[in-house]
Design a protein around this ligand. Sequence first.
Ligand SMILES: [Zn+2]
Length: 264
Amino acid sequence: MLGDWPYERVQIQISLSNRSKEAIPWAFVTRQPIPQIHFQINPLANSAKLSKDWTLYHELSHLLIPYKAPEDIWFSEGLASYYQNILQYFSEKITEREAWQKMYEGFQRGRALNKQPHASLEEIAKNMWRNKHYYRVYWSGAWYFLAVDVELRKANPDRGLHQILQAFNQCCASDNTLMSAKELIKHFDRLSNSHHFSEMANTVKASNTVPDAKPLFNVLGIELDHNNVRLAKNSVIRSKIMHPTEIGPITPSSCPATTGDLDD
Ligand SMILES: [Zn+2]
């Protein structure tokens, strides 16, 4: 559903829990020795409720990059939050409008539940678990990936985040090498022949709230009517995000240099 899957095998662990009313009260990913997704499933949830839950898509998206925790948690949670709705659309669980509506609601939640507007994202992300700043951290990160995706596709609609992740997983990722967000950003800049990943990272890390998504929505032909998303105009960029073209196998000679060659 998202091009090349970076792993041959992913183990799924399931346990039962009714600690909240959610269909999946808790889930998380562990990466070594092999990638695993751990799900706590509510025994009272029926299959319709489970099938509508976003958690599976969020956790799968975490495995698109070999992220090394815990630094820059906004980067990892942002990628998963950005893709959770897009992957639900790819899987035909929700409509395209619903996917953008859910993304918009995430951004709004992150802005409304901003407990420390005086602190930068970089500062609050360091203590996210202790201070429970999840919404602002997750959705600032999701805004980052949407903003980068839009910038990349302004230059070439067929060369967005989706294609950079595919190229990265063909060229530069291996099952047992985890990388910091800083290292991943360097790879992504190099693969995209741009500075969008690093420049936008500086912008979002200094932000004091989830940045406004409306300028991005304008580019995507998305309008808001009393907090309801409307797909008002056609947009090549939006269409390419939601119907991405695959890049196909890339030759080793077109792989940019990897970790050893990265400067600080
Ligand atoms: Zn997550």
